[in-house]
Write a protein that binds this ligand. Structure first.
Ligand SMILES: C[S@@+](CC[C@H](N)C(=O)[O-])C[C@H]1O[C@@H](n2cnc3c(N)ncnc32)[C@H](O)[C@@H]1O
Length: 193
């Protein structure tokens, strides 16, 4: 059966509203950890000037491919297998987007992901990450605290990252935070350039 994420259905509209401000120039977009593909199939048709390539861990590509097959779009490319710890595409991308991955992969994997994003992004490109973040080591809501504890009970390497820590990691590669958007349900979109 096709995988389904209710969260992706709930947040795709607010994510679209923010992406409209950034995905303005024509270019290629790489999506990391695309999950079911619900974001890709819904968002890509709103940006015909952008060629959207979703990626996932090899073991999760089947579900993603089912969503893409059911909702093909001219600007939606074949999904690629991508583990942030493995090989990344050799080409440069104008946009890299990821949703709800920085609290799933471990801190070293987030650091590696940020390094690879900075290597893969065009000099004037944009990286957008959606998800929950802490500020100055503090949860932004009780629900985020409960969510973080449930993640750590599942896998101690998981957890909500500090926004400042993420910003510092990007700064190490010469990239800066352009905007930090508040999103529904205590989530954020951080935009780096
Ligand atoms: C919470 S899901 C988010 C899926 C989708 N982006 C969304 O917002 O609905 C996290 C995703 O990260 C992927 N993931 C986990 N470890 C990864 C890794 N090392 N490299 C790339 N993706 C990974 C998982 O397969 C999963 O689909």
């Amino acid at each position: 059966m096709k995988p389904f994420s209710q969260a992706a259905e709930n947040n795709k509209g607010p994510i679209l509203d923010v992406l409209r401000d950034y995905l303005t120039a024509p270019g290629d977009l790489l999506e990391i950890g695309a999950g079911t593909g619900q974001h890709a199939v819904w968002l890509a048709p709103h940006f015909p000037q952008v060629l959207w390539t979703p990626t996932e861990l090899p073991e999760n590509l089947d579900g993603l491919s089912q969503w893409l097959a059911d909702a093909p779009s001219d600007n939606l490319a074949e999904p690629l297998a991508l583990d942030v710890e493995g090989d990344w595409p050799a080409q440069a991308y104008r946009y890299i987007f990821t949703a709800n991955t920085f609290h799933i992969v471990s801190r070293p994997q987030v650091e590696l992901c940020i390094r690879r994003v900075c290597e893969t992004l065009l000099p004037d490109g944009r990286f957008l990450v959606y998800g929950p973040f802490n500020y100055h080591g503090t949860y932004t809501s009780d629900s985020n605290r409960e969510f973080d504890l449930s993640l750590k009970a599942r896998d101690i390497a998981m957890g909500i990252r500090d926004q400042e820590w993420v910003v510092e990691r990007f700064a190490e590669h010469g990239r800066e935070l352009i905007h930090d958007h508040a999103m529904p349900a205590n989530n954020r979109i951080l935009v780096f350039g």
